[in-house]
Structures are given as C-alpha cells and as structure tokens.
Design a binder for this molecule. Sequence first.
Ligand SMILES: Nc1nc2c(ncn2[C@@H]2O[C@H](COP(=O)(O)OP(=O)(O)OP(=O)(O)O)[C@@H](O)[C@H]2O)c(=O)[nH]1
Ligand SMILES: [Mg+2]
Length: 450
Amino acid sequence: MHPRDQTIFALSSGRPPSAIAMIRVSGPQAGLVLTALGGKLPVPRQASRRLLRDSESQPIDDAVVLWFPGPGTATGEDVAEFHIHGGRAVLSALLAAISLIPNTRAAEPGEFTRRAFENGKLDLTEAEGLDDLIHADTDRQRRQALRQLQGLLGDRARDWRERIIEASALIEAGIDFSDEGDVPAELMAPAMKAIKALHDEIAKVLAAQGQAERLREGLVVAIAGEPNVGKSTLINQLARREVAIVSPHAGTTRDVIEVQLDLDGYPVTVIDTAGIRETDDPVEQEGVRRARARAEDADLVLWLVEGERAADPDAMRSLWKSSDGHRPSSSVWIVRNKIDLGGAAAGLSGEFGISASRGDGIPELVDTLVRFAADFFGTTEGALVTRARQRDLLTRASDSLRRSLELVEEGEELAAEELRSAAYALGRLLGRVDVEDVLGAIFQKFCIGK
Ligand SMILES: Nc1nc2c(ncn2[C@@H]2O[C@H](COP(=O)(O)OP(=O)(O)OP(=O)(O)O)[C@@H](O)[C@H]2O)c(=O)[nH]1
Ligand SMILES: [Mg+2]
C-alpha cells in the first residue's frame, strides 16, 4: 500500500499532560478507527460522547468524538477526532489502540497539511501561512501569517499565471498562423500590453515588501561594550526578569544570553554578550569571540558605556575585528549607563542616558527601539511576500516577463519561451508544478499533528 493511502494519526494538541488532548485521524480507515474504538459512527460534524475501548474491550477513556466524512474536510479525506483526557497514559493507550488497526500509522510532521495540499484544499503559499500562524509569537506575526493563510498571495499569483497563459496563447496563435514567421501586429500589441502590465504589478508587489520576510524571524539587537558597564543589568531590565548574572566583577558574562521580546507586536531578540577586552583567560576569550560573532550578525548594536566616558573607538572597532575590521550593515547606538552616579545626564544628541539598575531612561530607549523596529520591518501590513522562496520565484517571473518584452523584436518564439518560464515560476510558487523537492523541505518543518 502506498504511504499516501495509509490512514495517519497524531496528537494534534499541545504537550501532555493537559486537560484535554485531541488526536486526529485522516484517511480511508478513519471511520473504521472510530467504530473499532467507540462503537457506531456518530452523526457527521456533531460531537458525541463515547467510551473508547481497546481491542480487548478494556476501557481507555470517556471521550468526545467527531466524524468528518471526506472530501469536505480539512485534509480532503475522511477525518476522525478524539477529544480525550490529556494524560500521558491515556494518550499512549489510545495511540497504541489506533496503531493496532491495519493500514494506520503515526503521521509525519506536517503530513495532514501535506494531504490537504495534495487534495487541493490549499496552495503552497497558504500552507506556508498556516505554518507561520502556528509559530507566530507576536500580534504582527499573527496578522501577516493570517493574510498568507487566507491566500492573498496565492490569489494574486493564480490571476497572474492565467493572464500570462492568455498572453502566450495570443503569441503562439500568431506564430502558428503566420507563414513568414511574422506575427501580425494586431495579435502582438495586446499581448505585449498585457505582459507589460503584469510585469509592473509583480514588480510593485516585490518592491512593497520592506522586511516582511524578517518579521517571521524577528529583529536581533545585541548589547555589547566593555566589561562591567551594566550590559547584563540592562538585559534583565528589558526582560523584566533575572536572565543574566550581574556582579561587580568585570568579566562576569561569558555565554551569549538571549531573550525574546514582543515590542509593540514586533518580535525582537535581545542578546547580552561578554564584555569586550583583551584577556588571558581562555574561557573569557571564547566569550569575547562569541560576543563579536553575535554583534556582527545583529541588526542593531547597543554599545554601552559607563557615565561620561567616551565610547572607546578602538574597543568598538574591535567588535568587528573578526570580519577584517569590515563594518557590517548593523546600526550602532551609544548608550550611557549609570547616569544615577551623576555626570552625563541625557547624553549627547543621538545618544541615550540610562540607569539600567534604577530603570531611568529605559522607557525612552524602548520607545526608540519600537520606532527602529517599525522602520526596519517597513509597512508589513500589506506585505504579501513572507519567504525567500516566494520572493525568488516572483523575481524570476518578473525577470522573465521583462525579458520577453525585450526579446520580442528578435523573435516571437523567444518571447513565448520566456512567458512559459514566468508561468512556470508562478506554478511553482503555488505548488502546481514540479514541487516534490520543496514539499519535503516545507512540510518537514511543521509540527507533528498539523
Ligand atoms: N550605579 C549603577 N550601577 C550599575 C548600573 N547598572 C549596572 N550597575 C552595576 O555595575 C556592575 C556590573 O553590572 P553588569 O550588568 O554585571 O555589567 P556587565 O556589562 O554585564 O559586565 P560583564 O558581564 O562583566 O561584561 C554591577 O555591580 C551592577 O550592579 C547603573 O545603572 N547604576
Ligand atoms: Mg554581563
């Protein structure tokens, strides 16, 4: 039996123990699984209470079950749901009882969604949106994922693809009918106009994206500086809990410490690093190496200095030593800490004055961070492209359209060929053509049970 014809099952709710757990079954045997464990088939789409029993008629749990006959279901197949008590022993007893039924097996990650995709319930961009929605931590990530799941990009891509196919049909008809190979202008002019419009629309969507792709991963802010300036105190203040050890000894932090923050809906990862200095201690040296590596990759570095001391340009520069002193694209803000000890108050323009231990200046710093994040992510509200895969394929489609406009002078066949590759790229975007290679990569990352 082909693995696709087997009936799959998985725990679809969160990690046990929980008050209630949901096990989902999808495939031709789903109805049989329900009757084998819970007696007669319930009324479709209505919750029914059943005492579930194993193959030896021993009770497993008192449960609520649901029966969804295909194809009008999430996966397009027959689906059964068991809502049981979420204890580990209950779960393992039920999973064991299901697996004893012939032609059933545990689902692989994302396999329910993959079946939905294969049965035409959603296109690939919607499947990606679903995965993003499950992993969304902040409100903005959630809204972006939901737009994707609702198929806004998929709908546009389908429309573009159809229009490309129409335009190429015009050109190919012309090629077939013309004796000398010259396609009549009456056919070419509307085709070219349509291609130009398509190219502009796709280019506009690509240009409007800001950093929508990055909204999935979040912004990375590194706190760096010389030892003992209060970096760990600052990360604790931002996280509002004691994530890092603070001490008066220089060289306290050695590992890179990360916290995830939700700043006004923007996902931000803040990292605390070891104080940058020359040292003989091999452990601290490793800490400094890691600090540099992380600061280099960060989108923003908060360079902490103590009070009125000027930021040491050598120490700052040394941050990027590991990349041949070549400064990466990240921005750097100078933050003056310990202003409670007197000296520099609000700092010079473009600088911040804070007291990490007392909290002075922290709200202003956070506000500025939120504005930075808003700028960084751009206007993601209308963003349709949220993954590199989508961007690559759209760029390919738009490039092919542009080339077909350029090549038409040299021969209609060349233009038609470019249109075929544009349609092909959009087909891949939607998962319509030649996608076996990407499917594995995409669905592997899903949770089991989804
Ligand atoms: N007065 C005052 N002391 C502070 C402030 N922030 C931090 N400190 C103190 O400065 C010392 C060093 O703080 P840490 O947060 O451990 O400094 P760090 O930069 O993480 O140090 P390393 O991990 O060693 O690089 C501790 O004794 C803190 O209590 C502040 O705003 N005001
Ligand atoms: Mg520290």
